[in-house]
Design a protein around this ligand. Structure first.
Ligand SMILES: [Zn+2]
Ligand SMILES: [Zn+2]
Length: 425
């Protein structure tokens, strides 16, 4: 009986996704052609909203976190609440894919005009969630509980000094009313072909801290450095000293850690020693104790090393993303569901990486599962598929139907399992 029911549901999902595929590819192309940077996603959110409003039984809240959307689908049977998060912001990248629907959009980023493109596949992520909302709203009578669709802006980071993304959506109550029990997200991955699912248990993404260091010296003529204090020399010593925190102080057995000085600005002319230089760091850690050590030691090393050179350093802490943890119990609950859908050969283990993801704000609050789906173009060898954020990053459209079915299957089954085992989460 149970397997018959399962079969009936997957048949329904297969039929509905098949019927919706053509329209869904149009949705994907529209989003792809209208990429928008973090917190500027007004056209995209209106487009998504217009579609959601047509679906039966959706309760919509807009805006959250400036351009974000929350849509709640109430199943006909009472039960738990599962959230599906999809990001939909784009990147300041010039698209070079030769697709007929390639982006030609320009926008202002950091006061500069730039091309904008969906080079991380957030257009695909949002297309899947919109498809899943469409399909599940048509099988409401089979849904045991509620599904919260979260369309999240600004995953790629907010403009300096602005709040946004997952953290702001949580602050504005996206996980309440109804209270969400568990949360999923699916993200495009161009290292694998469509059909592959990449999932792992425990830490998947590193924490991320943005740290700014300003070094103040004393201006002098470049021919007479003894009359000044050179912040470029002090800064150079700091750049080198910071790397010894990674190589000599961090317990790398607990997990990888990285300090990258991504910019170092100072000076204007060869024969002038400037008063001040500034550098910006990104700091990653797969372990929370290492993260604490890094935060503390970067400040100490910068301040002391600056003093060695007669200068003074000021350290500013900016962005602070937690590590993403895929809940092990939720992973073990969902792994068999995903495996029986995708096939054993198409399952790849997600190894912890030093990239970061603001889904981590959700997974800090409640059991979460971050999964990748392969999107590499089928018309070329895998080695020629360009990585996320590359100007030639591309999503094979055949994945849209597959991954929408995967989302529907995961949500439907997870609701059923949690409804019969309410003590689990
Ligand atoms: Zn990205
Ligand atoms: Zn992304």
């Amino acid at each position: 009986m149970e397997s018959k029911l399962k079969y009936a549901i997957s048949e329904k999902i297969n039929k509905l996704t098949e019927d919706f595929e053509k329209q869904q590819i149009e949705i994907f192309r529209w989003l792809h052609q209208h990429p928008e940077l973090a917190l500027q996603e007004f056209k995209s959110s209106k487009f998504i909203l217009d579609h959601l409003k047509k679906l039966p039984g959706m309760e919509i809240t807009y805006p959250l976190s400036k351009t974000g959307i929350k849509a709640v689908l109430n199943g006909d049977k009472p039960g738990p609440t599962i959230a599906l998060r999809a990001d939909f912001d784009a990147l300041p990248v010039k698209e070079e894919t030769n697709l007929p629907y390639a982006s030609k959009v320009k926008a202002i980023y950091n006061n500069q005009e730039t091309f904008v493109a969906h080079a991380c596949g957030h257009d695909a992520n949002a297309t899947l969630a919109l498809g899943t909302a469409t399909i599940l709203s048509q099988i409401k009578e089979d849904i045991t509980g509620k599904v919260v669709f979260i369309f999240q802006p600004a995953e790629e980071g907010t403009p300096q000094g602005e709040e946004g993304g997952a953290a702001l959506m949580i602050k504005e109550g996206v996980l309440e009313n109804p209270d969400v029990d568990v949360i999923f997200t699916l993200h495009a991955n161009s290292h694998y072909y469509p059909g592959t699912v990449i999932m792992g248990s425990g830490t998947t993404h590193a924490s991320m801290n943005t740290i700014i260091i300003k070094i103040f010296g004393l201006h002098a003529h470049g021919s007479q450095p003894w009359k000044g204090k050179d912040p470029i020399v002090a800064g150079s010593a700091i750049v080198t000293a910071l790397q010894t925190i990674i190589s000599r102080e961090v317990d790398l057995q607990r997990g990888a850690a990285v300090i990258t000085v991504g910019y170092f600005y100072g000076g204007i002319k060869v024969n002038i020693i400037p008063n001040e230089v500034e550098m910006g760091l990104t700091v990653r850690s797969l372990d929370d104790d290492n993260k604490k050590l890094l935060i503390k030691r970067i400040k100490e090393v910068a301040e002391l090393e600056a003093r060695v050179h007669g200068c003074r350093a000021e350290v500013y802490y900016e962005q602070d993303y937690p590590r993403n943890e895929n809940n092990p119990e939720l992973y073990h609950l969902m792994y068999p569901v995903v495996k029986s859908f995708a096939g054993t050969r198409n399952m790849v283990e997600y190894l912890p990486r030093t990239a970061s993801e603001d889904f981590s704000f959700f997974s800090q609050k409640l059991p979460g599962l971050y999964i990748h789906y392969g999107t590499a173009p089928l018309d070329r060898p895998l080695s020629e598929s360009k990585p996320n954020h590359h100007p030639q990053f591309q999503v094979d459209e055949s994945v849209i139907k597959f991954a929408t079915r995967l989302e529907c299957t995961m949500i439907y089954n997870c609701l059923k399992i949690l409804a019969s085992h309410p003590q689990l989460f």
